[in-house]
Design a protein around this ligand. Sequence first.
Ligand SMILES: [Mg+2]
Length: 337
Amino acid sequence: MYPTPDATTLPDPPGPQPVVLCVDDQPIVGEAIRRLLLTEPDIRYHFCSDPAKAVETAAAVGATTILQDIVMPGIDGLGLLRDYRSHAATQEIPVIMLSSTAETTVKRDAFNAGANDYLVKLPDGIELVARIRMHSHSYFAQKMLRETQRELAERNQELKRLSSEDGLTGVANRRVFDETLRTEWLRGARSGKSLGLVLLDVDCFKLFNDHYGHQGGDGVLQQVAAVLKQAAQRPADLAARYGGEEFVILLPETEINGVLQVAERLRSGVEALALEHKHSLVTDHVTVSVGAAATLAVAGLAPEALVQAADQALYSAKKEGRNRIRSAAVGAPNPLA
Ligand SMILES: [Mg+2]
């Protein structure tokens, strides 16, 4: 009752079509090759008798195999072979050398120059067709492989980006921060240079969300993160989301004065956004409190001590009225404990 699909009536999917370019100074050779290929309607054939135009013609017709005469007036066929190899559009195209001689030394020179194959003029039609198909097929396969590899590399890069970024704000995520803190700590221990950290918290963020909703809150986090990215100016500076409405910037090779400068850039930068926050206990717009700390990575101290110090400083900044910066010494007793 249903029509049965008949596979034999379906057209073959359009496969890649071999495109041959024959480069020979003698039109009679070009004509002879054309006739040899008459039995193969799917093979497209082009002829070029001017060696000076061979490279651009091969690129223009999209050749998948080149038949290249060895002896031509004014230019050596092997020189032309090197020309194909040095142009991006033609360097991967298989080249079959067409020669009037079967001499071993000529063959050797041709293969040494990068030829893919070698045929004596005039070749047998069956052999010529088989080789054209084989080389064209290998050309298509290579091309597809390269494209797949490129796509794979792009996808891997995207995956890497996604797994290291905070999805909402686009700054680094907590995992990357933790890893980077450890590596920069070790680097600091070797270089003897101070490692700095700012820890930032959006003031009265819960009150903001309660009044403006979570989408509004997300928007604030995105804008604060943008200020953060601006403030992390040097290549080694790392801006990251620490969690919730808390952000950090890790500042390698930075002493406390430098850390405080970055902290002030953050505080004033967020204030300058002038994002309305009617229910803030500080003022009528969004502000941040910032804790700053810096230390040498000395023996007996763990990287967590730097985070703890910045956290203590942030606590002080909040307690003393928010929208301000405080710093704390690393390794000092923790008032929160
Ligand atoms: Mg010739």
